[in-house]
Write a protein that binds this ligand. Structure first.
Ligand SMILES: NC(=O)c1ccc[n+]([C@@H]2O[C@H](COP(=O)([O-])OP(=O)(O)OC[C@H]3O[C@@H](n4cnc5c(N)ncnc54)[C@H](O)[C@@H]3O)[C@@H](O)[C@H]2O)c1
Length: 339
């Protein structure tokens, strides 16, 4: 797959009067100029705390003010927060207008813009209100990454490592090299490889009732940590999505070692790679009792049991594993002990 910027620019040029861009302050400053044509835009605040129904209402009001119709194209120019929320708002407005995703963060490129999951957070639970609704088009242009802060790159790398862990050992090892070496420029081909892995799962299980759940490896604990952190801190002090998922991957790799046959050697390898992200926030890992309400609300659960996706080896995964509360507590204890 090639850089799609020229195709994006000609798409914008051909549809200037129909397009309304959704941007935040960062993407308006750094990404909007690369679209190449002047188009109308709606500016929303950046950040996970604004991923909610109030922001959607604001977007809908602005669409009404602009006189948007079913012919309008809402072009979501931003990271995962903006793409998830914009795609949801677009799918609901007048029962659905055209939505085009232009992911500008690494995480949004490799993860959020593929697979049709749209939505917002609700009552402190992640992505609790939303729709499965595929975008009409997605343009992946790695050139946008040139302005992305390095902490945000890390968030994307964690999801790319996860793609390798659940489905492709070679991809895991390739991504790990870039993740571990600060100054090594990312080979953009790895972005497209990650998207292809995600697509393989989505194509087999769009509604997320079976195989697709494996993409959630690391996210059962990760989402609980992230949601709790957002609940008790303001956004600047809360754990980032990537760090939360990295911690989740460490805990869930420990559980995989106990329950799914992941070898001690591979558990150590994974821990070593992700450990640097854990060290800064280890003190903030709450007790299991505190995380339980979030774990019990995980969307993968069935029959009030906490269900995990786990790995049997690097590159091999399984889903629908019910895990005891005691083992989850052991996993959190393993995380706290890391030096
Ligand atoms: N729909 C899905 O399948 C899916 C999958 C994974 C994650 N997600 C969601 O994605 C969200 C996290 O996304 P994220 O990590 O992209 O965070 P984000 O959307 O908050 O973006 C991170 C920050 O980077 C800025 N930014 C984005 N692109 C930039 C660029 N090119 N230059 C400069 N600044 C830029 C944004 O303004 C923001 O401040 C979470 O809400 C998560 O739930 C969705």
């Amino acid at each position: 797959m090639k850089n799609q910027l020229p195709r994006l620019q000609s798409f914008v040029e051909q549809n200037t009067s129909n397009i309304i861009v959704l941007a935040d302050r960062h993407t308006l400053r750094d990404c909007y100029p690369l679209l190449g044509s002047e188009v109308r835009y709606i500016l929303i605040p950046y950040g996970e705390i604004y991923k909610n129904l109030n922001s959607c209402e604001y977007i809908w009001k602005k669409l009404v003010e602009f006189g948007a119709t079913r012919n309008t194209i809402l072009l979501c120019l931003g990271g995962g927060v903006l793409c998830d929320m914009g795609a949801f708002a677009g799918a609901c407005y007048q029962r659905g207008i055209r939505v085009v995703l232009v992911p500008t963060s690494l995480l949004a490129m490799v993860d959020a813009s593929t697979g049709g999951k749209t939505g917002v957070n609700f009552l402190h639970f992640k992505n609790y209100i939303g729709l499965f609704s595929e975008a009409d088009e997605v343009f992946v242009c790695p050139v946008f990454l040139e302005t992305l802060p390095s902490i945000e790159m890390t968030n994307g790398f964690v999801e790319m490592l996860k793609h390798g862990l659940i489905a492709d050992a070679k991809h895991y090892h390739n991504v790990k090299e870039f993740f571990s070496e600060d100054d090594k420029a990312l080979d953009y081909q790895l972005i497209y490889d990650s998207i292809a892995i995600k697509k393989r799962f989505v194509d087999q299980d769009f509604r997320d009732i079976g195989l697709r759940k494996r993409l959630n490896f690391g996210h059962t604990v990760g989402h609980a940590l992230e949601a709790h952190s957002l609940f008790i801190n303001d956004e600047n002090e809360s754990i980032s999505h990537g760090t939360a998922v990295a911690l989740g991957i460490i805990v869930e790799s420990f559980i995989s070692h106990q329950e799914s046959g992941l070898s001690a050697d591979e558990l150590n390898q994974i821990t070593q790679v992700l450990q640097p992200l854990a060290l800064g926030v280890k003190e903030e890992i709450p007790k299991l009792e505190v995380l339980m309400p979030y774990l019990l609300k995980d969307k993968k659960n069935e029959n009030k049991k906490i269900s995990f996706s786990l790995i049997k080896a690097i590159g091999e995964s399984e889903h629908n594993r019910e895990i005891s509360v005691g083992l989850i507590a052991d996993g959190l204890a393993y995380l706290r002990k890391l030096k």
